[in-house]
Structures are given as C-alpha cells and as structure tokens.
Write a protein that binds this ligand. Structure first.
Ligand code: ADP
Length: 487
C-alpha cells in the first residue's frame, strides 16, 4: 500500500530550491539548477540550485562574517538555540522521513525509525555540548607559572556529505561544528539535497543567526571542490568515498585545513561455529542488505567457520529471497532501490564479473527504478575484485574458514578498516578478536549499532579522525596553551 504524501511535502516539492547564504535564500550566481531524481522511478522530484565557486565564496564570506558573534555567544545561549533546532527537527519528523525516502529511496519505516530518529538524537546530544567544553591545568616544572589550555573554535567549517544517510551525516557535522562555536557551510550530495534544504529552513526557523548555517547545493567537482580549495575555509568534514577523501586531503593542504574523513569500507563479519547461529545469520543478512548495502559499515565480507558454513549459507539464501524489495513509499517494503542508474550499473558490473558462484540474486529487480535483488556470492577467492573492493550495493561475499588466526589474518588483509563484527559465545575469543581486528568499531554478537555518545571513524584508508562522542569536539576546536608568570 502506498504511503500518502504530506501536504507540506507536496508543497516543498512544488518549489524551486535555492541556496541559503547569510540568512537569505538566493539563486546560484549562474542561475543554473539540476534535478534531483526519485530512485524508485527515475523521475525528477524538483529542481535545485547548482552552486559553484562564486556561490561558495559568498557563503564563505557570510560564514566568516557571522563567526565572531557566534563564537562569542554564551555557551548556554548556543545550547538553547541548538536545543530549539533539535525540537524543530522532532516536530517535522514525518516530513523529513518522507523527503528522505523520496530522494534516497530507502523504505519509509527505516527513514522514520532509523535515519530521522538518529539525527534528532544526535542534535539533542550536540545541543548539550557547548557548556561542556573545557581545558586543563598543568603541573609544570618551572617555578612561578600557571599554565592552562583553552578550547577555541576553528572558524568556518565545510561539511560535505554523502547520499546514503543524508540527514544523519549532515547533523553529525552541523551539531559539533555549531556547538563548538564555528560557523558552517553544508554541501549535501547532489543525489539527495532535499533533507539538507529542509535542515537549512529549520535552522532559520530556530533563529540561528544569519550566516551561522549556510547551504550550498551543487555537484562535488564544482561546489564541493571549491569549498575544499577555499583559503578561508578552516576545516572540511567529509563523509564519502575513499577516492574523494584523498582528493580532499590534497586540496586541504593549500591552507592546511583541518580535516575529518569518514570513508569507505569492506567490513568483515565473522561467525564462529560456537555462535548462536540463527541470530548470527539474521544479523549477517541485515549487516549487508540494510539500506540496500549502501552503507559504509556494510558487513560485505562474511566469514563462516567450516562447521557452520553450509547451514548459514542455506539459511541466508532463503532469507535473502524472502526480503520484500520495492519502492520506499510502499508501506511493507524492506529493501529500496539503489541511488542512481550509475550505481545500478556499477553494482551489476561487479556481480557479472565475479568469479564465484551466485547463490541468490545477481540481477535487477523490476524494470523501473534502480533496484537490485539481494545477492549472495560464494566460492570467491580472497583477492577477487568483489571480495576486495567496496561495492556499495546489496552484494554479500561469503567465505569459509577454519581457525581463528586464519580468519583474523584474512579479515585484516584489506586497505579498509572501518567496522567488523564477530559472532561467538566464547568470551575470551570475543575480546581477543575485538582487539586483533583492525577496525574503528567492532561489534560483538550484534552489528551496526550507533549512539551519539560513542566515537565512530575508520582506521587505514577508511578515514581520519573520529565523529560522535565528546571526542568529536577535538576535531572542531584548536587547543591553545596559555602560560602565565605569577611570581
Ligand atoms: P559516492 O561515490 O558515494 O557518490 P562521493 O565521495 O563521490 O561518494 O561523494 C560524497 C560527497 O562528496 C558528495 O557531496 C559529493 O558531491 C562530494 N564530492 C565529490 N567529488 C568531490 C570533490 N572532488 N571535491 C569535494 N567534494 C566532492
């Protein structure tokens, strides 16, 4: 059954969407726009301003002008404004979820219960942080000195976000940037700008001062690249592909911008013979197929110990074929479309060239929109492309293993190091493997859990720095040491 569109969503889609610069909604200087598409149908949803270098420059000037007053605002006042912002997100929950489903394709229930809920939880968490910023005093070995540190905001931050969790990824950067007294320019992914635009509208409604939160929609190579090159941008917070992350690191060298990068993954999920197999199998299913596999922490490499292999793969195959694929705005859909035609072709190319055995799926679902059936590939070599590269689609590679040492070596033999999962009932093995896996997060007997209080980020080519938790404030502030001669 289709879910009815809210009148507010219909109204939103009927407008041409613009840029928010210094508290004003403006067209791009060039007047150019692009269409954002509904991936369930391939049809345009609405036209959006295509920001370019001159728009980025205007946004940076606005953010720079707003910075001193925002940084000087009493922390309690920043908290009050950010809490009001979080309340507004909460009040517009259904609308945000519908926009996300239309633009990204994910099932409405997932958009509502996961994406929007997580984003709101994060905004409340960050709203509480301005009054928790603190420095330290030091016991220096020079007589007559009082030495302390201060945490100071960086200045103008750019947030460049991906399309897979558009709302959460934006809030994950807006929250700490603003809480620590920086001003911000958000550049959402060109595939999913709609919730970012709504976030910007609600920021104005929450009375955030003009220029504190600016929005430049546009393409990565134009708007995104201009932000990463700009000499008056002090920090870039990026979530996206490892390739673009590397380009951002290079562009940031110009004025030595601070950067935080949350990048790709090829995360291993390991099931030992002694695991609770039914729970482990269900977890492995959702670890890869949630969000149609378009998940940086997707458990895309499944290692099953020999004694459990046949049972796990048979059950997984059965469950994968039971999953309900369809448009996100259909009430009972579990698996939505991929984001674009390009992504559909990319994912199918991996599947068609895979050397292993396609256990289930391996083809397009339907003829309209960008759907791919949940796909499982077995009997792959560890070095084949589908086993090594991030596919970012509903494609699981399954491997058999015999010993703990062997599986740890194989799991760690990746250029990525974002996440890992282990299923075992052996307590010692759980902790041993958690310590041995080279990943920024390890889930034991669970998968894909997040909390605003828990730091998240990648090792190796999966990233640089950590988001979430109070630690994230280190990524948005400078530490200043002050020496005072007191005698
Ligand atoms: P994906 O491959 O999953 O689309 P990308 O890493 O290309 O992910 O995109 C993530 C974000 O980075 C998007 O907002 C995109 O517009 C932006 N982007 C892409 N290329 C660049 C670039 N060269 N410089 C800055 N931002 C970019």
């Amino acid at each position: 059954m289709p879910i009815d569109l809210l009148p507010s969503v219909e109204h939103f889609l009927s407008r041409r969407q613009r840029l928010l610069i210094g508290g004003q909604w403006v067209d791009s200087v060039s007047g150019e726009t692009f269409d954002t598409l509904n991936p369930a149908t391939g049809q345009p949803l609405c036209a959006v301003a295509s920001g370019q270098a001159e728009d980025v420059d205007r946004a940076v000037q606005a953010a720079r002008a707003a910075f001193p007053a925002w940084a000087a605002l009493m922390p309690a006042e920043r908290e009050r404004l950010l809490r009001r912002y979080a309340e507004l997100l909460e009040r517009h929950k259904e609308e945000l979820a519908q926009l996300e489903t239309l633009d990204n394709g994910k099932p409405y229930q997932v958009a509502y219960n996961v994406e929007v809920n997580v984003a709101i939880g994060q905004m409340y968490y960050y709203a509480g942080l301005p009054t928790k910023l603190k420095g330290e005093t030091y016991a220096v070995s020079s007589p007559g000195y009082h030495v302390y540190t201060r945490r100071e905001p960086l200045g103008v931050c750019a947030a460049i976000t991906p399309w897979n969790y558009s709302l959460v990824m934006a809030v994950q950067k807006i929250g700490p940037a603003l809480a620590s007294g920086n001003t911000l320019i958000l550049k959402p992914a060109e595939q999913t700008p709609l919730t970012a635009i709504r976030l910007a509208e609600l920021a104005l409604e929450a009375d955030l001062p003009p220029g504190v939160f600016n929005l430049v929609t546009g393409y990565g190579e134009t708007a995104g690249a201009a932000l990463t090159r700009h000499s008056e941008v002090d920090k870039v917070a990026f979530t996206g592909s490892t390739e673009v992350g590397k380009a951002i690191m290079q562009a940031a060298a110009g004025n030595l911008k601070r950067i935080s990068l949350e990048l790709g993954g090829k995360s291993p999920l390991i099931i030992f013979d002694d695991a609770e197999l039914e729970l482990a199998t269900e977890a492995a299913l959702w670890a890869i197929f949630a969000n149609s596999g378009q998940n940086c922490v997707a458990g895309s490499r499944l290692y099953v110990q020999s004694g459990a292999y046949e049972a796990v793969i048979a059950r997984l195959a059965q469950r994968a074929t039971e999953l309900r694929v369809g448009p996100g705005m259909e009430a009972n859909t579990q698996i939505g479309p991929l984001i674009s035609q390009q992504q559909l072709e990319r994912v199918l190319a991996y599947v068609h060239s895979a050397e292993g055995r396609i256990v289930v799926g391996g083809e397009r679902w339907g003829s309209v929109g960008y759907f791919v059936k949940p796909t499982i590939i077995g009997e792959l070599s560890d070095t084949s492309r589908a086993a090594v590269e991030e596919i970012f689609g509903p494609v699981l590679s399954v491997f058999r293993f015999d010993t703990e040492d062997e599986v740890l070596a194989r799991a760690n033999a990746s250029r990525f190091g974002l996440a890992a999962g282990v299923w075992t009932t052996h307590l010692g093995r759980a902790h041993r493997t958690a310590a041995a896996l080279k990943a920024g997060v390890v889930w034991i007997n669970t998968y894909d859990w997040f909390d605003p209080a828990v730091p998240f980020g990648g090792m190796k080519e999966s990233g640089y720095g950590r988001e979430l938790g109070t630690q994230v404030m280190d990524m948005y502030t400078e530490l200043k040491s002050v020496w005072v001669k007191i005698e």
